[in-house]
Design a protein around this ligand. Structure first.
Ligand SMILES: *Cc1c(COP(=O)(O)O)cnc(C)c1O
Length: 220
């Protein structure tokens, strides 16, 4: 069943779009079905679960952290995480960089922007784009010049409003895409789109989507 659902989703994806299987609230046995079907990118939003699943599952999986990361938990995931999606403050960026630098790693991160109508979602405001641009440009300089040497800032992540209004969802994705093009003119990762809206995200230019319930069923 999981295998068929993945095949169905994949049949709609243009080349170059990475599917991240979102595992929150789903047990390892179900995740292994996705693994057996060939999936290698998995995303989890809770640190404890991410660590446990990392330990129990094959080591060729690329683990994405997709939630709001608390600074006191960074240390637990830095040694193995492939991509931290959703850096929503400079403080968090700095702390990730410090923890990674300490163990001689450079961790890939995405900048999270808040464009949705809900006030509860986290992320930078689009108005922060100019100050972020300086930080990102500096981050692409040689390591010894970097302000945050423990991170590679490689793209943008975001969510659309939780609404049935398709034009609002399109507008949110377009805004994320234009922030991405502004900050990463030479390309990078644009992570947007979930079970309910990923086709619209892809139309707007997403090259990474994060899909949970459409693959694994409703969360338990
Ligand atoms: C849960 C979650 C997803 C996946 O949501 P589904 O609707 O189950 O596909 C994607 N991104 C983030 C940040 C999430 O927390």
């Amino acid at each position: 069943m999981i295998k068929e659902r993945i095949a169905e989703i994949r049949s709609t994806l243009p080349e170059g779009v990475t599917l991240v299987c979102v595992t929150k609230f789903h047990p390892v046995e179900r995740l292994m079905e996705a693994y057996e079907a060939g999936e290698r990118d998995f995303g989890e939003s809770r640190v404890q679960e991410l660590v446990r699943k990392y330990e129990e599952m094959p080591k060729d999986i690329r683990w994405h952290f997709i939630g709001h990361l608390q600074t006191n938990k960074i240390r637990q995931i830095v040694p193995f995480v492939h991509l931290i999606q959703g850096v929503d403050s400079l403080h968090l960026l700095e702390e990730i960089s410090k923890e990674a630098h300490k163990i001689g790693k450079v961790v890939n991160v995405l900048i999270e922007f808040h464009v949705a109508e809900e006030l509860t979602k986290s992320g930078f405001s689009p108005e922060d784009a100019d100050s972020l641009q300086e930080i990102i440009d500096l981050n692409h300089a040689p390591a010894f010049l970097r302000e945050y040497p423990g991170v590679n800032i490689i793209g943008v992540m975001g969510m659309a409003s939780n609404t049935d209004d398709l034009s609002r969802i399109r507008q949110d994705f377009e805004q994320l895409a234009s922030l991405f093009r502004y900050l990463f003119p030479r390309g990078g990762v644009l992570s947007m789109g979930m079970s309910g809206d990923f086709p619209l995200a892809i139309q707007a230019g997403a090259n990474m989507i994060r899909v949970g319930s459409l693959i694994f069923g409703e969360r338990e």
